[in-house]
Design a protein around this ligand. Sequence first.
Ligand SMILES: Cc1ncc(COP(=O)(O)O)c(C=O)c1O
Length: 493
Amino acid sequence: MFTKMNVIGKDIVVDVVDDCTKPCDVISKIAVIHDLEEKDDAFFVMDFGDIVNKFEKWEALLPRVHPFYAVKCNENPAVLRLLAALGTGFDCASKSEIKEITDMGVSPSRIVYANPCKPNSHLKFAAQRKVSLMTFDNEMELQKIRKIYPDAELVLRILTDDSTAQCQLGLKYGCHPQHAPSLLRVAKELGLNVVGVSFHVGSGCRDASAFSDAIQSSRMVFDYGSALGFDFQLLDIGGGYPGQSSAAISFEEMAGCINQALDVHFPEGCGVRIISEPGRYFVASAFTLTLNVIAKRAVARDIQTFHVPGSEDLVANTVAPSQCDEPAYMYYCNDGVYGSFNCLLFDHATVQPSLLKKMLLGEPKFASSLWGPSCDGLDRIMENCLLPELHVGDWIVFEDMGAYTMCAASTFNGFPKPICYYMANESTWNFLKRIMPCPVEMEPAPPPCNTKCFSDSITCPTMRSGLSIPHLERGDHPTVMITPIPIVPDVDY
Ligand SMILES: Cc1ncc(COP(=O)(O)O)c(C=O)c1O
């Protein structure tokens, strides 16, 4: 079954499935269709319901903290549009992110420009778009802001302990709380409007007490501010929340710690508005990536070495016939570290493959490694894993691939970024129809056409036809169309 939702002038086709259908079922269906069409493209499946659930969980567990989604984490327009409709704010790091969000019709009051070191031209753009809330952590930035946007509402980003985080940010940003008074004094002398304090405990925070300590430090800086005549009204507790169930710490535990610290240092009724900048929390588990095995070779399990004649070099020979009864296998896939798996390098991520094909009872497993498609030896997804023997054309699935993956992917060596398919369970879809404006029902499913996959600007000519192949299982729901509506309902906070 098909639904169609128009987002910012481009089509997003959403496969609406019954409430029992899981992303893995949709992935299997797409893989079968790709096989039938002899397509081997890697693809993402994004589940709208996963993000809606995350939003509801946030509201339930951190009711005092208003989330401003960190756009840098995944700027897929379906994600942005959904979060805008749900009422989150947005953390933008640059002119282009500010443009993307304000072009959607989101009020500038729902944006925090959370980059303490901004190019002049981007700052000018923020001023043009009236995005006034922004962070700073150094004196030069204050001088710049005074010249370009003197009416901005400034948030002092302080340094916190991020030593246990997956990605540390304190090396680059944050004013040590002890230096806050002197920086605030400069702001005062320049006549600037400092409205609050922010911090970031590091992306992929593994220690909830980092939040407690940072909230305590923020309180101290609020008191410095009062002593200098400022009236701080905003606390921004940054990002760092887990986005997937396999994370080292649960969101529940983290939220408990945050609430406790807020109750002590910023109790309800204290007049301080609390916001945050979650990135991976909202998107990590909503995206599943499926790769195709494009090439394979059996290698010797025990690497043999030999000297190249006339050279001093010792070469590891991984292509010699195996000395061992059991071979090991190298599998080459159509996405790698220059694409979505850049997260292995930049985000220090670990990934977990699973297979679409059914394993037979007692089927042997072999030492295997997974590689990306580029010609670079660095392009390795997994060094060593145990897998049943795979074949060219098999599909490998990676869950939890929504955070810091496609946003930094390249097309190095000419390999395209994966296309993205969208799914929603029926109850989620009914909810989306309520919060996104003007749904119009449409029958029947549209014929094949050139659908532009908006997320990566790759033309995907068979997307609809593929998904609507009749002999595959399809629900008998009506097809729904949401007509082009440029502006999401706006809420000022
Ligand atoms: C300023 C800022 N805010 C928010 C985030 C989002 O962090 P996370 O995805 O860990 O929630 C980042 C990530 O780097 C960041 O730099």
